[in-house]
Design a protein around this ligand. Structure first.
Ligand SMILES: C[S@@+](CC[C@H](N)C(=O)[O-])C[C@H]1O[C@@H](n2cnc3c(N)ncnc32)[C@H](O)[C@@H]1O
Length: 334
């Protein structure tokens, strides 16, 4: 982090301003190793590899750290040459392309493919993730003048309340221990009149029973992530020729592949054969490894938005299952 990034961060517990307590190593005007401190709580937070850390390095999201280390760029448009992340970011947020002068908080940024998109708007982005994925995000976006990356927890975000024009949390809520509690944290950080965008896996009732990933997850989510990743990779490699054949079965081919736990994006995304396989390995692991995977119904998400007392609410089936947008009311305090 740069010294001037400090003003965008706050103590995760009491929201007080932090100060730079120690700089052990500074490279190109960036603090590579050191620590931040809260004068009120007296709590210290390490800066490791340029990234301030507000949570233990090892936690329930370890699998995500591995996922985004091994697939750091797999879903980046700048790597695939196809505008999949750009399309999803702007269609899902409905935000304008130019957000210069605005502040965006991204919660659960993973490898940072949407950080790249948010940064393209000219806004200042504070991107936070619980896992070591912050390292991959930093490698791609950390040098951008408008991106600040920190390792933190949705339940105790290291930023101030009522501070951001926009908050983005996509692909994340279902992977937290208490999705509703996680959701309820997010509006606190938005300025009055600011925008919240989330998405979450959809629970379509009885159909969940036929989703085969939930049959094997009780075992796979407990496996060592490295071992599970190797198994997923070998499995996709082995199944790939067969899945190509299955995909050609009219109407049901793609569904059969997903039921066989092959994340089959053929025909959906215009990617080369190698990239399709890379996406399949990533998403097969992504289905099986997370400690938490709690899809929600459309009505439940509508209820959360109502309870959060947001305006202009739109909750619909869309990207990732269900997408939700709302505006924080002008008279709402925290
Ligand atoms: C499926 S990834 C999505 C990453 C990115 N938003 C995307 O769509 O490419 C889910 C991310 O949520 C993060 N996450 C899980 N629990 C979290 C928490 N309590 N606080 C912040 N991030 C969390 C994980 O570490 C992981 O990187």
């Amino acid at each position: 982090m740069k010294r001037e990034h400090l003003k965008y961060l706050a103590c995760p517990s009491c929201k007080n301003d932090l100060f730079i307590d120690l700089i052990e190593k500074e490279t190109n005007n960036k603090i590579e190793k050191g620590s931040l401190k809260c004068p009120k709580c007296n709590e210290s937070y390490e800066i490791i590899n340029f990234i301030p850390r507000f949570v233990p390095l090892k936690n329930y999201a370890e699998g995500f750290g591995l996922e985004w280390k091994l697939h750091a760029h797999t879903q980046y448009d700048s790597y695939t040459g196809v505008n999949i992340s750009e399309k999803r970011f702007f269609e899902e947020t409905k935000w304008p392309r130019d957000l210069s002068g605005q502040l965006i908080l991204e919660v659960g940024s993973g490898g940072g493919r949407f950080t790249e998109q948010a940064a393209s708007t000219g806004a200042i982005i504070v991107s936070i993730d619980y896992s070591q994925a912050v390292e991959s995000n930093y490698n791609y976006n950390g040098d951008k003048g408008n991106v600040i990356i920190a390792q933190g927890d949705i339940y105790n975000l290291p930023v101030k309340y009522g501070y951001f024009d926009k908050v983005l949390c996509i692909g994340v809520l279902q992977h937290t221990p208490h999705p509703k509690k996680s959701f309820m944290e997010l509006p606190k950080y938005i300025k009055a009149g600011g925008s919240l965008v989330i998405d979450i896996y959809a629970n379509k009732g009885i159909r969940k029973l036929f989703n085969t990933k939930y049959w094997v997850r009780p075992i796979t989510k407990r496996m060592n992530p490295d071992k599970l990743y190797t198994r997923c990779k070998n499995y996709v490699e082995f199944m790939w020729p067969l899945s190509k054949f299955i995909n050609k079965i009219p109407y049901i081919g793609k569904n059969i592949n997903w039921a066989l736990l092959i994340a089959d994006y053929r025909g959906r995304y215009n990617l080369s054969e190698n990239l399709l396989k890379e996406w399949a390995v990533l998403d097969t692991f992504d289905m099986l490894s997370p400690a938490h995977d709690s899809p929600q119904s459309l009505n439940t998400i509508k209820g959360w938005f109502r309870e959060a007392n947001l305006d202009n609410v739109e909750v619909v089936y869309g990207y990732n299952g269900i997408e939700g947008r709302g505006i924080k009311k002008k008279d709402l305090v925290k």
